[in-house]
Design a binder for this molecule. Structure first.
Ligand code: FAD
Length: 506
């Protein structure tokens, strides 16, 4: 087998997971191809809820403002009673934003618009998905993966170092690896349809017969476009008429109203709900990310978000290993992401049970701000902390000031593909500068000033503490200045080696 690699990474599937990985690799200068078997971009609204943690990631990837601008926020939901009266409630439990958590409300953005913004960002970085290109086979060996592609101009074979299957719930890559996808079919089939309709206002999410799994239906006015997203359970067997006439009849039957009329259907699907998790996320040089690794009911609005976050966890690790970091770094991908997906499957399934009882309420747990990796081999503290912020936690934001008095935020410092190291009232020269690591000192006489105490409140630092923040916004390490040798060893472990200490600090 020749080791003439076309690119370092082949990404199979240009949905949310594949596009996130592509953007992350592109901004890190890693060579890759992103292939997509569809001839054109997917057009449905399905994954429309963008959770606060994903908003933070989108800020880092440079697309948050555009995503907000093309979408919007959730309106209240209106639950109709059998007598036609109704009550309006919030779709999500909302708390105000805080200095540590700047985004608190889920956004509503039809998935095809989110993906369009991602493709625009990718184009700015010099890449685009290759539509009409399907992965139809692959073999791996110790050095790389040989992949067969069916393209618009015939079959091609390419050799790459790594393959990532971001190819959705029916993943070809997962099947080809022979990985198990255990879990259960949940005995619920539902429709989702993007429709033009009249007869319902656009200021609320209309919900009829909540808790009645035979007759429930909802119509959500989609932010950013003029359509509604219809959702409702349907019988497990038999054809479902997804034409405008068929959906109008379904609405009439379930709402008891003849004034609600569907005039057009731009995308529709009937699907069976499953909760399944791949046995492994990696086999040798091949990874799974996104729905390829986990599928679950859409009740918690978690799928797209989890898919984006899988890719965001994998991207920096792959890039680091490609540029020489120890291979062991890649083991932490499954170690960190699979347990979280397992918990998320439980959350989405329990929300489905609550929906069946007409009691579904989405709380803080769907925001994904509390995800962390405290058990990860990449999280360490010296000495061990007993409370407050711990290694593995999400690194909070904090408004601070630069020494010149200008307002800034920790998230401004974190933005980009680098690691960040912050020393509190300490000597930043204890750690030599090096590529891919930004070192900052915070204190009364330092480059950064915690003028309003937000950093103190969120990080609970002691003088001489060092906080290492990973490229994906989690705390990698918290160490004291006495443990600087441990910090240095940890930096080497993740590929951040010093090479010019004497020259720079002389
Ligand atoms: C009704 C509904 C509502 C939802 N609501 C939410 C929500 O509010 N929030 C949320 O987070 N999620 C939601 N989801 C889930 C969300 O849509 C998915 O989790 C998300 O699309 C997964 O992204 P992905 O990139 O992993 O996979 P996909 O979006 O499925 O993309 C996979 C891509 O791979 C391509 N592909 C497949 N095989 C090959 C091959 N062999 N070669 C090349 N390309 C290939 C496919 O064509 C596809 O474009 C919802 C889903 C549904 C059905």
């Amino acid at each position: 087998m020749t080791n003439d690699f076309a690119v370092d990474v082949l990404i199979c599937g240009a949905g949310a997971a594949g596009l996130t990985l592509a953007i992350d690799l592109a901004r890190r200068g890693v060579s890759f191809r992103l292939i997509e078997k569809l001839d054109d971009p997917f057009r449905g609204s399905r994954g429309k809820g963008i959770q606060p943690r994903t908003q933070e990631i989108f800020e880092d990837l440079g697309i948050l403002d555009r995503i907000v601008a093309v979408g919007g926020f959730y309106p209240k939901q209106r639950e109709y009673r059998d007598d036609g009266s109704y009550a309006d409630t919030d779709v999500v439990a909302s708390e105000p934003a805080t200095p540590a958590e700047p985004y608190h409300l889920p956004l509503m953005v039809p998935q095809f618009l989110t993906e369009r913004v991602m493709r625009t960002r990718l184009a700015e970085l010099g890449h685009r998905p290759e539509f009409g290109t399907e992965l139809i086979g692959f073999e791996q060996d110790a050095d790389g993966v040989t992949a067969q592609l069916a393209t618009r101009t015939g079959e091609k074979t390419i050799r790459v170092r790594w393959l990532v299957g971001t190819d959705g719930g029916r993943s070809f890559v997962r099947h080809a690896l022979g990985l198990d996808f255990p879990g259960k079919t949940l005995g619920v089939r539902a429709i989702v349809a993007d429709v033009a309709l009249t007869g319902l206002s656009r200021d609320v999410w209309h919900r009829f017969r909540e808790g009645d799994m035979q007759r429930q239906i909802s119509a959500c006015p989609l932010a950013g476009i003029d359509l509604f997203q219809l959702q409702g359970p349907v019988p497990l067997e038999g054809d479902v008429d997804l034409s405008p006439e068929g959906l109008t009849a379904l609405l009439a039957e379930r709402t008891g109203r003849s004034d609600v009329v569907v005039h057009g259907v731009s995308w529709a699907s009937a699907f069976n709900m499953n909760a399944r998790l791949a046995d492994r996320y990696r086999q040798g040089r091949v990874f799974l990310a996104g729905d390829a690794a986990h599928i679950h009911p859409p009740t918690g609005g978690q799928g797209l978000n989890t898919s984006v976050q899988d890719a965001y966890n994998l991207g920096w690790k792959l890039a680091a290993v490609i540029s020489g970091a120890p291979m062991a770094l890649l083991d932490s991908y499954e170690e960190e992401r699979r347990p979280f997906a397992q918990a998320m499957l439980g959350l989405a399934t329990s929300l489905l049970d609550a929906m069946k009882r007409g009691e579904m309420r989405r709380g803080r747990d769907v925001h994904q701000l509390d995800i962390g990796y405290p058990e990860s081999s990449l999280s360490w503290e010296k000495p061990e902390r007993t409370g407050g912020l711990l290694a593995g936690d999400r690194a909070p934001d904090a408004p601070i000031e630069g020494a010149a008095g200008q307002p800034t935020r920790l998230f401004d410092l974190f933005r980009g593909p680098h690691w960040t190291l912050i020393v509190v009232d300490g000597d930043h020269a204890l750690i030599a500068p090096r590529a891919k690591l930004h070192i900052h000192a915070i204190g009364q006489k330092d480059e950064l000033i915690d003028a309003a105490g937000h950093f103190r409140d969120a990080y609970r630092p002691r003088p001489g503490d060092w906080f290492l923040i990973r490229p994906d916004g989690y705390i990698g390490a918290i160490v004291t200045s006495e443990e600087i040798a441990t910090l240095e060893a940890g930096l080497t472990q993740v590929g951040l080696c010093a090479d010019a200490k004497e020259a720079i600090h002389a």
